[in-house]
Design a protein around this ligand. Structure first.
Ligand code: SF4
Length: 193
């Protein structure tokens, strides 16, 4: 769908330079999705893996973030092997709702209520990022926190349009449950892609 060099605005690598590769196609259907244009893969031009990797390599950063859409709707073995070959760290942002493919240095799992993650991806996640849209989502976040590995980083993120209302609740929750950290979409605050 698009690719761009920016800083990672969320989660463990927040603030780091990263080349984002956003793949078209998503069958999850989150009501609050902010990239609905990504859902229909056929609306976006196909690019070869060589073109994608060469464009990424034109910048000095060597962290690639594959996102979507739901990137695991595609088999990512060849793309991630080519990125590794070119010296990139490979990170993915996924709902985990399609089978895992690809060679990953970092898996950020963001489970969605609209299509659940497959159980086999949960122990492989390096980072669990749960979007909080309403109060019941805290219990939902704990359900998944209980299924990831003990070393997995835990993040709660307010849904953007409800962030004014939800962020104070997140802060109180994290103070009571300090295994969680707050993840803000800082790229939206500083107005970068
Ligand atoms: S998984 Fe991501 S791209 Fe797909 S609908 Fe949900 S927020 Fe949008």
């Amino acid at each position: 769908m698009e690719s761009f060099y920016t800083i990672q605005g969320e989660g463990y690598y927040q603030g780091k330079a990263a080349y984002f590769i956003r793949l078209g196609g998503c069958d999850v259907g989150c009501v609050w999705c902010d990239v609905k244009d990504s859902w229909d893969a056929s609306r976006h031009p196909q690019q070869s893996i060589d073109e994608i990797v060469s464009a990424a390599a034109a910048y000095p950063g060597r962290m690639a973030v594959i996102t979507g859409g739901e990137p695991l709707m595609h088999n990512l073995d060849t793309l991630t092997a080519a990125l590794h070959e070119a010296g990139f760290q490979t990170n993915i942002e996924t709902s985990g709702s399609s089978p895992l493919s690809g060679e990953w240095d970092w898996i950020c799992l963001s489970p969605k209520k609209f299509k659940f993650p497959l159980p086999e991806i949960l122990p492989l996640a390096h980072e669990l990022k749960v979007v909080i849209f309403n109060k019941s989502d805290f219990a939902w976040a704990e359900k998944y926190a209980a299924q990831v590995s003990p070393t997995c980083k835990l993040y709660l993120a307010p849904e953007w349009d409800k962030s004014k209302e939800m962020t104070p609740l997140l802060i109180e929750y994290i103070k009571e449950n300090p295994q969680w950290e707050l993840s803000l979409q800082i790229h939206k605050y500083i107005n970068v892609p």
